[in-house]
Design a binder for this molecule. Structure first.
Ligand code: ZN
Length: 248
């Protein structure tokens, strides 16, 4: 999964930079404009800065499965009405007026949802439709309309959530024990593993682990294409790459 950051210019309409204090839901939408690209929708949000509508989303997924991030995760987007203050929003492009996502778009959406749910410690039932918040038929193909019953629409949405659940399960090593509180143990394989102040390859180095010992990880986060684990001691973050550590 590749995410391209193309943040909107801060402005009074589409990027107000209101802090997003908590993320309890991942809200999925459809753009409602058949055949348009992710970048065209991103630029539509950008153009609102000239005095327009309060409209934006954290992510837009295009017809080739490309993912553009428009808003940082610690700021509000303007996508899901009363849920803006506690949700991350994802807009999806679609080829035609049925609103059905193509396979490339849906695969990226599933991967992005799995990534965000893990990042924020949420489960698949925390994926919501715009429809669940306001009754707006978005995503159209997953909402009851005159073309499809509630039963069919809900079954489509559930099938998508099952797909995300399968991805999340596949992500987890089967031989590793994990405690009920989500903490787990790793043995350090690397002879000199850096401890970083933040989950980022450019963050300050707080220390180096040289003992190939066993450490408790209390949180995980992606940063710079690396999955990081937070040490229980509070010393900082280490890479959880399989070259460096092994879950035990
Ligand atoms: Zn929507």
């Amino acid at each position: 999964m590749k995410i391209t950051e193309n943040f909107l210019t801060p402005n009074k309409y589409s990027r107000l930079q209101i802090p997003l204090e908590k993320v309890a839901k991942i809200a999925v939408h459809y753009v409602g404009n058949p055949g348009t690209s992710a970048i065209a929708n991103r630029n539509y949000f950008e153009n609102q800065k000239n005095g327009g509508r309060y409209v934006s989303s954290h992510y837009i997924i295009g017809l080739q499965g490309e993912i553009i991030q428009c808003i940082p995760l610690n700021e509000w987007s303007y996508c899901t009405n009363q849920a803006n203050g506690y949700s991350v929003s994802i807009e999806c492009c679609h080829p035609d007026s049925t609103g059905k996502f193509n396979e490339a778009t849906e695969q990226s959406l599933a991967e992005l949802c799995a990534y965000l749910l893990e990042k924020f410690g949420l489960g698949v039932d925390d994926i919501i439709r715009h429809y669940d918040v306001t009754g707006k038929q978005s995503p159209l193909y997953w909402s009851p309309t005159k073309y499809q019953s509630a039963e069919i629409a809900n079954a489509r949405f559930k099938a998508f959530k099952d797909r995300v659940a399968a991805l999340m399960k596949a992500d987890k090593p089967h031989d590793a024990a994990e405690n009920a509180d989500g903490t787990f143990l790793v043995r350090v394989l690397d002879p000199a593993l850096n401890i970083r102040a933040q989950p980022s390859l450019t963050a300050k180095i707080n220390g180096v682990i040289r003992d190939n010992g066993v450490y408790t990880i209390v949180a995980q986060q992606h940063g710079g294409g690396v999955l990081w684990g937070k040490l229980k001691s509070g010393a900082g973050w280490i890479s959880l790459g399989s070259k460096y550590v092994k879950k035990i």
